[in-house]
Design a protein around this ligand. Structure first.
Ligand code: SAM
Length: 228
């Protein structure tokens, strides 16, 4: 499960870039979630959870260890099928919002949430790169695979990534937490992307792969805090 694009240039000193990919476009995600919505309507299957179940458990365990109050405002950026919101609600979190720029993803999330008998989760169709005024003051912002997708945008991805950091600063409260899970960026690269305005608090352990005698992670999960 990866939002993989080509990496034509990884040379030291140069900005890492991925090749443009359909996975960076709204058209792609609209088509994905229209299909997933249809499948849900046929057989009730919520569809793919990016990075697997353990990626949700990892985030929720961190929130529990930190004793994040259950009424903290949490936004899931690019929520997809909304399954992470369902898991958070089942663990007792009561102030949850999911956004996605794909209306079909939001419709699917709505259906998945209703099927679970949950009702007080807010869902909004929003492009995170131009958030509405409503989308502000969150204590926790979670991104699982969305920054990866935005990084693959065929239209000036570098500017889109900078825009993402600016928008994150408007959406997240001072000293709020930003939890990101990525399969396209290493820890060092993410530290560089979020160096302005954010400091790293923790790297969450992810499964390690061994290939050609080298050990590495296929997934990076970091917790940042927005600086005062
Ligand atoms: C790789 S999927 C991850 C979905 C979900 N977070 C998960 O972990 O299963 C990326 C998601 O980001 C959404 N997305 C991409 N760019 C976005 C943007 N600019 N604003 C809001 N959502 C976006 C896509 O529609 C898709 O649902």
């Amino acid at each position: 499960m990866s939002v993989a694009g080509e990496r034509p240039c990884d040379s030291p000193g140069l900005e890492p870039e991925f090749g443009p990919s359909a996975l960076g476009t709204k058209k792609h995600w609209d088509a994905v979630y229209e299909r997933e919505l249809q499948i849900f309507q046929e057989n009730g299957d919520a569809g793919e959870v990016w990075f697997g179940e353990e990626s949700m458990i990892r985030l929720i365990r961190w929130m529990e260890r930190q004793k994040i109050p259950l009424d903290s405002s949490v936004v899931d950026v690019g929520t997809g099928n909304g399954v992470l919101l369902v898991e958070l609600a089942k663990c007792g979190y009561t102030n949850l919002t999911g956004i996605d720029y794909s209306p079909s993803a939001i419709q699917l999330s709505q259906n998945v949430i209703e099927k679970e008998g949950l009702s007080n989760i807010k869902l909004q169709v929003e492009d995170f790169l131009s958030p509405s005024d409503e989308l502000s003051g969150f204590q926790i912002c979670i991104d699982k695979g969305t920054f990866d997708a935005i990084s693959l945008n065929p239209d000036n991805a570098a500017e889109k990534r900078r825009q993402y950091v600016r928008c994150l600063c408007t959406v997240l409260k001072m000293e709020g937490y930003f939890l990101i899970t990525s399969c396209n960026w290493t820890k060092e690269e993410l530290l560089n992307e979020f160096r302005e305005g954010f400091e790293i608090l923790e790297e969450l352990p992810t499964p390690k792969l061994c290939f050609g005698g080298r050990i590495g992670s296929s997934v990076t999960a970091l917790v940042f805090q927005r600086k005062k």
